[in-house]
Design a protein around this ligand. Sequence first.
Ligand code: AMP
Ligand code: MG
Length: 347
Amino acid sequence: MDTIIKKADEEGVYEEAAKILQEGGLVAFPTETVYGLGGNALDCNAARKIYAAKGRPSDNPLIVHIARKESLNKLAKDIPKIAWELIEHFWPGPLTLILNKREQVPYGTTGGLETVAVRMPNNKVALRLIEEAGIYIAAPSANLSGKPSATMAEHVYEDFNGRIDMILDGGMVEMGIESTVLDLTDSVPVILRPGAITQTMLEQVIGTVVMDKAILAENQEMDLKPKAPGMKYKHYAPKADLTIITGKREEVEAYINKKIQENKILGKNTGVIATIESQQAYKDGIVKCIGARSKEGTIAKGLYKVLREFDHLHVDCIYAESFEDDEMGIAIMNRLQKAAGYAIISV
Ligand code: AMP
Ligand code: MG
């Protein structure tokens, strides 16, 4: 299969992409979080193609993207009042809601579950594509299963050239970390995946919200089962072993510098995930700056790009500094911890 790659501002691209989707094909497109790999959400054959292209386990459900708030009624039932309150505040935006599915949503899209995940993305290209196609678009992150998500069209090309029909290039995404996933099917809303819409932000609108305990790093030994099927899989992992170093800044830098030298003696190359504030502290190794600590959003945006860049460099291992475990930092640390397979050393 030849994959068509077009810039989102080229003439006629929306008509072309919409036609592919209507005929059951796959189109990757930008959202504000990461690139999505889209197919018709109500067509189980399209869903099957998405799983096949990604190599995604079939029990890991897809998020359905809509362009109008009221479309939620067509996909979900028993929608509680708090859902509409959240939608008023956060849609379009990086918040995915889990609700009971309507019959027309195939199990192929929901990974066999009675619930469906829905979100309205805050990205002009995504919204226009959904409107133009006149369908709801099931779109998981546009990366091969297990790899870091794609924040640029080049990442999508790297993983899917020849495997999907089209890539719509809308440049680098705005946020870089996947949406917050919130389950509204229980008596208390549960965050199944942390994201840019934080627990505090949600609680300001609807009161008590809890975090699925299974996704917290401190509970990894307990073998709890995450409620979002996708959260149990190893994810976002670069090829080289990644270890997170936590502790006081100077001690973290000293530890990583020591490791760089030890590895060098053994003939090994070391990669470092640093920040604008710390990059000067590393005198050796391959140092990549992920963003600025003073602006958490830049770190979210740079994370997957840096993880993918290390796959193209010859490094035997990677050390990452750790980040504040607050607000947006929870989402950043969640992805970094998963990428590291929870290999964390405190110094
Ligand atoms: P991705 O599409 O790659 O961003 O992953 C979507 C995430 O949402 C995965 O972690 C899924 O397990 C989760 N998800 C999607 N639908 C549901 C659902 N119905 N119930 C629970 N989690 C879901
Ligand atoms: Mg994903």
